[in-house]
Design a binder for this molecule. Structure first.
Ligand SMILES: [Zn+2]
Ligand SMILES: [Zn+2]
Length: 169
């Protein structure tokens, strides 16, 4: 796993992001604590928080009771880890800034909850067909997102999603 050690600048608002060490997973998550409240996940880090029982309290603690600045979500963000323009991959109405080069993912304030909710929904679906398994199927989440995306950017978004899926599996 490529965990960025250097301090990075928020791709949405330009503030320096804080490194929050998640002890039980031994990873650093970058949070825009003093700006827009966005979160940057290095390659595969989001996967670490995709199961319902994953502890997200350390992230919530940083984000709770704070006012965050508004940002323009339609702007193309530049990956803070590798400098590649990020692609907006849409899944169930949530647009996720994804870097198809390094696998980084940027979530705006509140999007983390939305993504967690989507994963939770998937989990329920899966529990019906595969009893006892509580892993959320990010592969099918990505496949659904690929189906949902349309328009001229489809090809670019789809290649980003395929890259994302490759990173998860
Ligand atoms: Zn920010
Ligand atoms: Zn990148």
């Amino acid at each position: 796993m490529s965990d960025t050690q250097k301090n990075i600048t928020c791709p949405a608002c330009g503030n320096e992001m804080s490194k929050i060490f998640i002890a039980d997973k031994s990873i650093n998550v970058d949070i825009c604590e003093n700006g827009c409240g966005g979160i940057f996940f290095d390659n595969q880090e989001l996967q670490e928080f995709s199961r319902e029982y994953d502890d997200i309290s350390e992230i919530e603690k940083v984000l709770s009771n704070k006012e965050f600045t508004d940002v323009d979500k339609t702007k193309t963000r530049i990956c803070p880890s590798c400098g590649t323009p990020m692609v907006k991959a849409q899944a169930n109405g949530t647009k996720i800034d994804t870097c198809y080069n390094c696998g980084g993912i940027f979530l705006d304030n509140k999007e983390f909850e939305q993504v967690r909710f989507l994963f939770k929904r998937k989990e329920k679906v899966k529990q019906i067909s595969f009893e006892g398994k509580s892993e959320i199927d990010i592969r099918s989440f990505c496949e659904e997102a690929i189906r949902e995306n349309s328009g001229e950017d489809t090809q670019r978004i789809n290649s980003a999603l395929r890259a994302l899926r490759r990173l998860f599996f």
